[in-house]
Design a protein around this ligand. Structure first.
Ligand code: GDP
Ligand code: MG
Length: 260
């Protein structure tokens, strides 16, 4: 049966998202705006294997923390529009740096297709990437592309459709990462509070909300106060306590521990 699937193209700036978007969608694009930001919103609907794919080119971002308008817009699109999958475009010649964002998508739990773009650059520089091993380590499908020439684009669409259909009606499956002995117990306590009150869980996974509190994410703090001021205060107090503990004993902030 024909399915309409929404796929979000996301990744660091200059990883090749727009080039890939153009190769995938040709001239069928529409250009609009994201609310409150000057970045163009490019989207298109294409057919692939009897599926109708709604592809959206998100602004380039380095993380899902709301330090910038771009990050806020990209994150809100993911949690509000709930695309069936993220097509995470990486500059494969800068793999390690680009994987930081990939892990953030995985923590959110949204299905992720990892696209190793710029494979021509990788070859030119004599770098070898064990794609199968990377896929196994991440537990996500990984495909290789050269967006400029269109190489790998059919395989990318096949894998994106397969992933989106596979996870179609399932809840997101957030990856659980340990943040070490100083933060893990606090994360668990926060998760209990969040679950008990269904606090922001209509849009976000509980553990993810807890981590955003530890990162002092402005948007989550704002939404939290709107949703339930008492619970928000309790979480902010928990953050304040662990923050002062981290500063006294480790001379650092929780945010820095998480990024590490
Ligand atoms: P975006 O910021 O993620 O949208 O990236 P763009 O699509 O604007 O691409 C950034 C630059 O990388 C442009 O100069 C592209 O022509 C180039 N580029 C994109 N894909 C590839 C690729 O696969 N190989 C090479 N060598 N360059 C690419
Ligand atoms: Mg772009």
């Amino acid at each position: 049966m024909a399915q309409k699937l929404t796929l979000a193209l996301a990744g660091n700036p200059n990883s090749g998202k727009t080039t890939l978007f153009n190769t995938l969608t040709g001239s069928r694009q529409q250009v609009g705006n994201y609310p409150g930001i000057t970045v163009d919103k490019r989207e298109a609907i294409i057919d692939h294997q009897k599926n109708s794919l709604h592809i959206v080119d998100l602004p380039g971002i380095y993380s899902l923390t709301t330090y910038s308008q771009e990050e806020l817009v990209a994150r809100n699109f993911l949690v509000e529009d709930k695309p069936q999958a993220v097509i995470d475009v990486l500059d494969a010649s800068n793999l390690e740096r680009n994987l930081y964002l990939t892990v953030q998508f995985m923590e959110l739990g949204i299905p992720v297709l990892v696209v190793l773009n710029m494979m021509d650059e990788v070859a030119k520089r004599g770098i070898t990437i064990n794609t199968a091993k990377l896929a196994k380590l991440l537990g996500n499908p990984v495909v290789e592309t050269v967006a400029r020439s269109g190489k790998g684009k059919e395989h990318l669409l096949d894998e994106a459709v397969r992933l989106a259909n596979l996870r179609q009606d399932q809840a997101w499956q957030p990856l659980v990462i340990s943040y070490g002995p100083d933060l893990d117990p606090v994360v668990d306590q926060m998760v209990s509070v969040i679950q008990e009150h269904d606090f922001l869980t209509h849009s976000y996974p509980p553990r993810w909300v807890a981590i955003k509190y530890l990162e002092e994410d402005e948007e989550i703090i704002r939404l939290g106060r709107e949703e339930n001021d008492d619970v928000a205060q309790e979480l902010e107090d928990m953050y304040a306590a662990v923050n002062s503990h981290c500063q006294k004993t480790l001379d650092t902030h929780p945010e820095a521990l998480i990024a590490d």
